[in-house]
Design a binder for this molecule. Sequence first.
Ligand code: ATP
Length: 890
Amino acid sequence: MPNVDSVKVAVRVRPFSQREKDAGSKCVISMNSNSTSIYDPRNPGHMKTFTFDLAYWSHSGFLKDKNGMLVSAGSNSYAGQREVFRDLGEGVLENAWQGYNATLLAYGQTGSGKSYSMIGYGANRGIVPVVCEELFKAIQNQEKNKQYQITFSMLEIYNEQVTDLLSKTRKPGGLKIREDQQQGFYVDGLKLVPCDNYAQIERLMEQGNKMRTTATTIMNATSSRSHMVITIQFKQIFLGEAITKQSVINLVDLAGSERQKSSGSEKDRLKEGTRVNLSLTTLGNVISALAEVATGKKVLHIPYRDSVLTKLLQSALGGNSRTIMIAAVSPADICYEETLSTLRYAERTKKIRNKAVVNTSPTEKLIRELKAENNKLLSRLAGLGNMGTLVADETQELRYLLAENERQIQNIQVAWESRLEETRGEWEQQYTALAQERRMMETFPYLLNINEDPQLSWVLKHFIQNGSCDVGQSTSNAIILRGLGILDKHATFTNADGKVTLTPGDKCKAFVNGVLITGKTKLQHLDRVILGSNSAFLYVGLPAERTDEDLSRYDYDFFQSELAAAEGFSTDKLGAASSKDSRADPSILAVFHDYIKLMPLVAEVNQMSEELKKDLTFELKVKNLAASDSRGYDLQKEIIVKVTHVTTNQVWIWSKAKFINRKFLMEELYQRFREGEDTHVNQDSDPFWDPVEVVHLGSAHVWLQSLAYCLQLEEQTELLNSEGLEEAVVVINLSPCSRDGRILGEDDMVIDPLELLGRRVDFQIHIVECLGVKWLRDAAGRGIQIGYRVYDLPRSLYTKPVWKNVNPKIEETVHFSALNASYEFLNYLQKNALIVDLWGLQEGCTEMDCSLDGLLLAPEGTIMVDDPKALTANDAGLVSALTYITEMTF
Ligand SMILES: Nc1ncnc2c1ncn2[C@@H]1O[C@H](COP(=O)(O)OP(=O)(O)OP(=O)(O)O)[C@@H](O)[C@H]1O
């Protein structure tokens, strides 16, 4: 009888990451027994509470013991790896012994702690390794009347392609998913490696991780977009009883669940790479549909077939499996939206009901059926034997059927056994190679790979043996590296006379401790080496040089910060150090982290652009939002990407969200290029292409205060670009005037701006010229326009375009009238600046509209500002207050 039970859901909150600490994050999660509450940081009184089967507080109240394990520091509330295993892992094991299928899924945004719970780090081993170890321990303690068979497989799904992480050969296009009546969906050709002890499983996981790392070193950050599925098949054969029990345990580390929606990429001309998260989106759809079924709604279709992942997890979701989901969440306020969405997802998952049954192995089942049929045939045959020669034909046919069945039984057994034996043989060699690697580590210096995903760091070791050792793409090198921007023969390491040097090849990029090197460079233990665009390594020196230092501080961020510093980019440069204490402003640190996060992506995009011959270069820039704040407040900064065409000099400015979205699409294109496919795309769907646009070059603040006193201002001021550097100088006059345009003299000055309250105020803005426009100096054929927006006008005004002149004369005057100057308007004049924006025109772009369309004109043809009708309904109170002030004063 099937056992109907709901998917068990556990939520786990991790400690703050360094980045979150730096950014001064606040914890928005609290837990009480099995309920989890989340506070809205923008609305602290607002709290949502969810109840799951289990809630793990791993955020605080822990310390590191002498083995490096995180354990409770006395408070009972902290949940470490041991507690999580006790509640979840032991259940998986128990199920396995009883012959039930079990599935454990880890869901959550990138960096929320999925891999930590599933696989673990160092001494803090996760559920997967401990389940495996405990399984083998338990087998040793079992009675001898049973035989056990354990197979292990490990695969990755990226972009809907399945890669076998335990196979040395990579199939272009990935492995195929097939469907079988007995087994359901399965991966055709996936290696199932038979294992006899836990040490072998450790090696297999190590090798699987190596495979995953090699695949992702071409592009960083892909691992967080891929799903990893480990499957353990556990078969118990009860000798002498002709019974088998088989349990399939699926352990799934899902791709980062972050939603694209909030990132702002929806403004992009191109939609997000659709296949990137197809599996995750479909998983969400399947879960929603099943949750509806569980609540009694009629659902016509569960879309299992829509993605690779949901095909493979079909029995785990609503089928024959006992399933557990760990929802991993960050505690930080900045992750509020993502965390809330994870909790909602988990809530839906909780509703799913599964029907687990005790399994026998599908092949065993078939064999049993064949044997049963043979028994029947034999008794029929026995019956016929008594009837003599009359039934000779029938006897012959029965004998034939019997032999056929026997042959089939044999075939099934032999095929299965030989398939296992074959992989077992292959793996014997692998185990030896891995053991050899351990010996090499004791003898030679080596490069240890560092990946953005900490789970994939320290996985690959490249040994620098005595003598010289070439590195590059070509298989003739001693160290073969396939990373982006690595040339056939990229560099040479030399290990001689007790020292190791690195010499990059001609035009080959190599960095040591963040600095680009051009000649032979001596390496020291723990130097940081980057080869090509993004292949990062920690150099572990000769055994004599090694120290006990904790290597974990040399993570991917460390490498990138060092590169940024070498380029002259630092938190200090961003203006972080506050005078009161040495702690940097959290918002600046957040920008800094954003910058170093994007740096390697920009390097990758530049490399792809070069190889795909797109003629574009990409640069990160920090945009100071203060430049567009009329009160001149030092607002936040944000990262933008400047894209330049190397031959036409055309320039585009991309937001961070657009850049990330485009990078997904570029990777898809590049992948096709690497696989030798046709990479021609129409302009419209080319992620590298965009129509020519007008570019924002810089802004100037022209303070309006003089107008509040009816004084003329003749200003010559710098237009600063987003980095605060001079782009040009603008000459501009602000002149109070009469309604017919006569400029007022000093006699008309007022002592107190309130004298103007309720009176008509006229003024002119005269843009005279621009001087030394860098944009125009850098490339011929370009033009400029100047834009500005006054007070409550519905749109900006633009000057007429001027092309191809470094010192463009503009000479444009616009007359504005406030017919009945309000208190607010006078306050605006006193406290605000006019933001004057310089816009760069390039051949083929659509110029800014320099008409006065959409603006309200006074009877004299001047532009009306401070028009009470322009105020919205919300300002109705203000309007009546203004009327009131006016009545009081006059
Ligand atoms: N419970 C925890 N206790 C201590 N550290 C944790 C915990 N959970 C996660 N971490 C740390 O947080 C970092 C990110 O965790 P992890 O790699 O598990 O995230 P992830 O969700 O698997 O990310 P990705 O989607 O990139 O694989 C790691 O450095 C990990 O050591």
